[in-house]
Design a protein around this ligand. Structure first.
Ligand SMILES: *[C@@H]1O[C@H](CO)[C@@H](O)[C@H](O)[C@H]1NC(C)=O
Ligand SMILES: *[C@@H]1O[C@H](CO)[C@@H](O)[C@H](O)[C@H]1NC(C)=O
Length: 254
């Protein structure tokens, strides 16, 4: 009921200034349907990527990490903040000419179940950016020019030694607003250096993440290190002992 009311309210608000013009069936609150308005709509892992029109008519490439919005509940895809569906669903695809995500998901009772969800219930084009209104009206980020990488996978190797070496590594294909290194090994190890390992698929170690290191496990305070796409595979020495790493994409993402 609350959802219905807010939809009615926002369509009233947007309808008022243009009440004499034809009703735009694609309009929905401040965001608009991506399946009909955007092009090159694709899935890359749990990333939904598209080129969407901005209000000024130009096109912008952006992406949204669907793991932040969808959960797998017994083989059903359901909206949930930080749902992490990608951990138990696979073989995902977008149904043709729609905004529907179709995946095979694990259940407790059967091996798997094929399930689908209409992403346009909560993902819209906001001035060129794919954003979700699941946690409330989204803030539209600044436009970035960094392209969405062909492969979002990275392997970051922090080390507790003063020289980078084999040992622990983080392999992922998603943003980490704050990766807590303290939980990795009993909480008392402190991390002094890090490097990106060269991936076979991207050939340069870091496909497009910015890493900021902090002495606090919550990634607050003065940064003690910064790694970006240049010299990614070189060993980077932090100006202190790192406990938290913010690993943030350089491309348009949410
Ligand atoms: C949905 O995806 C599954 C794989 O996860 C596939 O077997 C099935 O054909 C897809 N359904 C449609 C309607 O495309
Ligand atoms: C990074 O690499 C570039 C190009 O090889 C080089 O000019 C620059 O000095 C390097 N920066 C650091 C901090 O190593």
């Amino acid at each position: 009921m609350r959802f219905l009311l807010s939809v009615l309210f926002s369509s009233l608000v947007t309808a008022l200034p243009s009440s004499l013009s034809p009703v735009d069936l694609n309009a929905r609150g401040p965001g608009t349907r991506f399946s009909t308005q955007c092009s090159s709509i694709r899935l890359n892992g749990a990333w939904l990527v598209a080129n969407c029109p901005k209000d000024n008519g130009r096109s912008l490439e952006s992406s949204i990490w669907l793991g932040s919005s969808l959960v797998n509940r017994e083989g059903n895809l359901i909206w949930e903040v930080n749902g992490g569906f990608q951990g138990s669903c696979f073989d995902c695809n977008l149904l043709p000419n729609s905004g529907t995500l179709n995946c095979t998901c694990q259940t407790s009772f059967r091996p798997t179940r094929v399930t689908a969800i209409d992403l346009e219930e909560h993902v819209f084009n906001y001035n060129g950016h794919l954003l979700s209104d699941l946690a409330g009206p989204p803030t539209i980020p600044a436009d970035k020019s960094y392209p969405f990488p062909a492969n979002t996978l990275f392997t970051l190797q922090p080390s507790t030694e003063t020289v980078c070496g084999p040992g622990f590594s983080i392999t992922s294909n998603r943003p980490w607003p704050c990766f807590n290194l303290e939980i990795v090994r009993d909480g008392w190890l402190e991390w002094q250096t890090a490097r990106f390992l060269e991936e076979v698929d991207n050939g340069r170690g870091n496909p497009g993440y910015e890493v900021t290191a902090y002495e606090s496990k919550d990634c607050v305070g003065t940064p003690i290190g910064h790694m970006s796409v240049q010299n990614a595979t070189q060993c980077h020495t932090f100006a202190g002992k790192a406990k938290g790493l913010a690993i943030i994409p350089l491309w348009n993402w949410a």
